[in-house]
Design a protein around this ligand. Sequence first.
Ligand code: URP
Ligand code: ZN
Ligand code: ZN
Length: 493
Amino acid sequence: MSDYDLVIRGGTLASAAEVFEADIGIKDGVIAALGRNLPRGVEEIPAKGMVVTPGGIDSHCHIEELGQDGSVQEESFASGSAAALAGGTTSFICFLPQWKGHGLADSAPGYEARAAASRADYSFHQIITDPTPDVLRRELPALVARGIRSFKVFLTYDPLRLTDREFIEVLAAARRLGAFVTVHCENYDAIGWRIEALLRAGLTDPLQHAWSRPPVVEREATHRAIALAELVDQPIQVFHVSCEEAAAEIAAARARGLKVWGETCPQYLTLSHADLQGADFAGAKAVCSPALREAGENERVWKRIQDGTLDVVTSDHCGFSFATQKKVAGSSAYGTGTAASRPDGTPVFNAIPNGVPGIETRMPVLFSEGVSKGRIDLPTFVRLTSANAAKLFGLQGRKGSLMPGADADLVLWDPDAERTIRNAALHHAIDYTPWEGMAVKGWPGTTIRRGEVAVRDGEVLAPPGSGRFLPRGPYALARPRGVVPDGFDAASV
Ligand code: URP
Ligand code: ZN
Ligand code: ZN
């Protein structure tokens, strides 16, 4: 009888720390051994010439999200998780919604039932839009006890945003519960003021979405979020950092010893204002928030990856098709305005649903633009796409690792494969990709999820429902520093 169910033989292994040649022996879904010349497994996958990384963790993606009006984002758990696996992502964290005027229980059970159809492993961040005393003191402790240990708050978007006082209350609740907080940092009032002026001036194109929310509104809110997190002594991650100005706030906070982390996305590393200006309203395809920046900003964001300020790259995948959503006014909570249309029926910029699809392209685009072009090395790629998310969100030792004992979530990359990204070849349910026609070098051919071949040569084999919910217990990184102003800990009384 063989020691291993599966041996990945002779690959170039890339962990968060190093690159080395070895076989991987897998037993009962976990990595059992690394070494040269391991005994034969029941199954063998030759990997000579392949780069083997941990399966990706996409710690920020919107899948089948439920709107208060009964709408559901087009990407289902079955399709979104197929796309994730095909792009090398074996686990993701998506969002339990809360609707203003409702408790958490009104949306959570229905959403969790939908998530059970996932093919990849999954967890949730709880969006908090209405932090009533009942939510803070009763519902959140129950949620954390079920292993949902991170929250997302928005400082903008009409139906979602928190006031500073509400944000502080959420930070304090997270402190008490040992939970982690992620923040969408943009200044709500500044954006509203700019939008109204742009509309008065008759400027309504998708490009004006970016004009309505320039880097300064992101910088201000990032600074404020960090300051309030410092006040409460609560660790946070700033989501989807789009520009140097916001990244510099994070770097300054970290230099002062604060527990603040920054995430960015492939769109902020590769796309720009030019993508908001396509013919036939194609610019709507690239509308997301924070907005794409001017050409040149991409390289500044890369620098912040290289210096470690931004240490997680997620997709922020959003399931809005061009024909049915992006071209239709006011169809989402992730818009800033009323459902206003222009004479040709296309929406004004602030009524375009925000967000781009990218769960399948996240890792290949980063591999190509990062590793193949020499901007980052393989261990950095692994930290950005899985290992750091595992640390930040309480999955360390289980996910994002090649160490024996970790789940055998692995991706076999052909580092020399040259492909052109085409939406027709992707597995998501969305009718476009913002990276249509992009040439990439390096491609994930085989994805293994808990020891099972989930994708072989681009064909998704994992069935719907084979993903598992990932409960998350207490973990060190979410612990506060123990430093509060004047030694008075307002969160604890
Ligand atoms: O434009 C974006 N990012 N849409 C998704 C919602 C969010 O803010 O993450
Ligand atoms: Zn956001
Ligand atoms: Zn998002």
